[in-house]
Design a protein around this ligand. Structure first.
Ligand code: SAM
Length: 431
């Protein structure tokens, strides 16, 4: 008999008690009320909580998650697993019809009042909101009347959160539903137009092309990038605090989006010139966002990163949150296209996920990385990479591109991955 799991529930109970108590001490020390579904925890995302408090919370979450799974039992676990997708359905409905704004921030309303104000079918309103209430998003009391919870209040007036949820519902969800079909139709494909997205959206184009030609989708996609910067584990601060840009005079932010990273860098380093490269529409938007005080040092440049790099002699080429959008085949092309711009000693800095080894993290944290990996496959046949895959990727570009290593700042999800060009200036293909 396998005795490994004996006493596991008891051990987990102890861990929940220990780590949740540590977490709660932070609230009592600050004179704050305990977190509740009604009032939340007072923090929009966990950025303002000290790192050791975040760690205690994460350990408590890991332990409660495992406890939950053990109590479900094997069959319960399998049966409950698909249920979480339903919350997305409800959130999509709530956003589509701006339901949250029809609930007073303080006080209650009724399903009937929402139906009358929006013109929506009363039965639909009731059913979609009751579905959400199962996840503590709105609370129904008494029957047919609802009030906000802390979570449903977040759905009012936060366009970037809206974009993030709608992007998953509209772009990713149909893609995920067809990803297994895509493995059958195009086994092992690295092409962006042979993915779950291609089948789910019935298109032969790559997802980026589909998104970029539709202003609504494009705006939403850009807002998602802004939203992702807000979560502490994806915060730009990890890069700014843990990489010394002190000797960088010219930085090219390749696929730099709306320039948020560039502007943060230019604020911090008053001698740095930053060139943001991206697709034409993004660059037009980006140029309008640069404040006058930074315009002489931050500028946008339309550039397709699959074509040779036009900026020669920069000190650093940054690829932040770009490579995970592409399969290895296309990442090699992106890196190869940089080579013509590189002078000896120029560095490439990739700020992207480096997936930890299996079992290095708890199951909850690990699951987050695996889900992101599968999302990228469904979207674009792209992937998240672990240490070994990053090393292999750089090695397959050019032996003169020396891999300098990977560091993951404490509390960060995005790793700092570096390489240096050791060849002659601006050489391509072994010349
Ligand atoms: C996930 S976003 C990352 C943006 C930014 N680096 C950040 O950290 O927020 C990926 C960016 O790559 C850009 N991109 C996609 N294809 C591109 C191409 N062929 N050439 C240049 N940029 C491209 C997108 O427009 C988008 O801004």
């Amino acid at each position: 008999m396998d005795t490994r799991d004996q006493g596991q529930v008891t051990r987990l109970l102890g861990e929940v008690q220990k780590f949740a108590t540590e977490y709660l001490e932070f609230f009592s020390n600050q004179g704050l009320a305990e977190p509740s579904f009604e009032a939340g925890n007072g923090h929009p995302l966990d950025g303002v909580v000290p790192i050791q408090v975040q760690a205690a919370r994460e350990k408590a979450l890991e332990a409660t998650e495992e406890l939950h799974c053990l109590l479900l039992g094997p069959m319960g676990l399998l049966m409950e697993a698909p249920a979480n997708q339903y919350i997305l359905l409800s959130l999509q409905y709530i956003y589509r019809y701006n339901i949250a704004a029809h609930v007073p921030l303080h006080g209650e309303t009724t399903f009937k009042a929402i139906s009358e104000a929006t013109g929506l079918d009363l039965d639909d309103v009731t059913r979609f909101i009751r579905l959400a209430a199962g996840w503590h998003i709105f609370h129904e009391v008494p029957k047919d009347a609802i009030v906000h919870t802390a979570a449903s209040r977040q759905l009012v007036g936060d366009p970037n959160l809206k974009a993030w949820i709608e992007n998953i519902a509209v772009e990713f969800w149909p893609s995920l539903a067809r990803t297994v079909d895509s493995t059958q139709r195009w086994p092992g494909s690295q092409e962006p137009n042979e993915s779950g997205y291609s089948l789910g959206h019935n298109t032969n184009d790559s997802p980026f092309d589909v998104i970029m030609r539709d202003p609504v989708r494009q705006q939403r996609f850009n807002d998602v990038q802004s939203f992702s910067h807000r979560h502490s584990s994806f915060s730009l601060d990890h890069l700014l605090k843990n990489f010394d840009f002190g000797d960088v005079r010219t930085l090219v932010d390749v696929g730099g989006g709306r320039g948020e990273v560039a502007m943060a860098l230019a604020h911090k380093y008053s001698d740095m010139e930053v060139i943001v490269q991206d697709q034409p529409d993004i660059i037009r938007d980006m140029n309008n966002r640069v404040p006058p005080a930074l315009r002489d040092r931050v500028r946008g440049m339309e550039h397709d990163f699959f074509t040779p790099q036009p900026v020669k002699d920069a000190d650093l080429y940054l690829l932040r949150w770009v490579m995970h959008d592409w399969s290895d085949k296309y990442c090699v092309k992106i890196l190869e296209s940089l080579v013509p711009g590189l002078r000896r000693g120029a560095r490439i800095l990739v700020n992207d996920i480096c997936v930890p080894e299996p079992a290095e993290l708890g199951v909850r944290a690990d699951r987050g990385f695996r889900q992101m990996d599968m999302t990228m496959k469904a979207f674009n046949n792209a992937r998240q990479r672990d240490h070994e895959t990053w090393v292999h990727l750089f090695a397959s570009v050019d032996p003169r591109l020396q891999f300098l290593g990977v560091t993951i700042p404490p509390g960060a999800r995005m790793a700092i991955i570096q390489a240096e060009w050791t060849g002659e200036d601006g050489t391509v293909g072994g010349i």
